[in-house]
Design a protein around this ligand. Structure first.
Ligand code: SAM
Length: 214
């Protein structure tokens, strides 16, 4: 009887090691593919994409918060989406990303394939003004990088869907003198449900507004 129990425990142990090993090797295969892609593409992005440094900031934020339901407004050719999707692959999450321009959308699709992250992305072609209101909550993490004059509006639409500790982030908030950006930052300052700070990253600025209460 004892021998059977020891045998069963041994088999269970081996199975667990096998599952763990195959997961770890899938993770490191993805890590290798994404990081090679991002390193090779560094400096060659031409669709108003974020910098490598800002991509790293997004990646770390998603990992730290263990965010799963991620929304991006403004895909362009996919640089920021790839960083977000790479993090989502580790948190068990997925990224919905929206782009209005068909050419950039098509290039983004190709880049996602090359980087190996297509499975973690739901790309939507169309106007974010129409698509964002249709997104179902809860949303854990938003990266807003499209039309600046809509930043406040995007925030207002998504605000009720953002989970506790979830964050709404926005790019280019250190663009001095941009009245749309100033209005957006003023709006965040007055919002007592969210705590906002600025990640400086490459210098463009990423505002990070996290929900602290319902
Ligand atoms: C600054 S780029 C995004 C860069 C991207 N986040 C990256 O770092 O790789 C802004 C993108 O937002 C898109 N855009 C602007 N207004 C939009 C709208 N109303 N709906 C969807 N996409 C929009 C533009 O076509 C452009 O490709």
């Amino acid at each position: 009887m004892i021998i059977y129990a020891i045998l069963a425990a041994g088999i269970l142990c081996l199975c667990a090691i096998g599952v763990l090993y195959s997961q770890t090797s899938a993770d490191s295969k993805l890590d290798a593919q994404v990081s090679v892609f991002l390193d090779n593409a560094r400096g060659s992005w031409s669709g108003w994409n974020i910098s490598y440094e800002d991509g790293k900031v997004l990646y770390m934020l998603v990992l730290k918060g263990k965010y799963k339901n991620i929304v991006e407004i403004g895909t362009s050719t996919g640089h920021s989406t790839i960083w977000l999707a790479w993090a989502a692959a580790k948190t068990g999450g997925k990224v919905i990303t929206i782009e209005i321009d068909r050419g950039r959308y098509n290039t983004a699709l190709e880049n996602f394939k090359k980087a190996g992250v297509s499975d973690y992305i739901d790309v939507r072609l169309g106007d974010a003004h129409d698509i964002v209101p249709l997104i179902k909550g809860p949303v854990d993490f938003v990266f807003c990088d499209a039309d600046k004059d809509w930043y406040v509006k995007y925030f207002q639409i998504l605000e009720p869907k953002i989970s506790i500790n979830g964050c709404f982030t926005a790019h280019n908030v250190l663009w001095a003198g941009q009245s749309n950006i100033n209005q957006f930052l003023e709006y965040l300052k007055r919002n007592s449900g969210f705590r906002t700070y600025i990640e400086k990253g490459s210098g463009e600025g990423i505002s990070v507004s996290c929900r602290i209460k319902e």
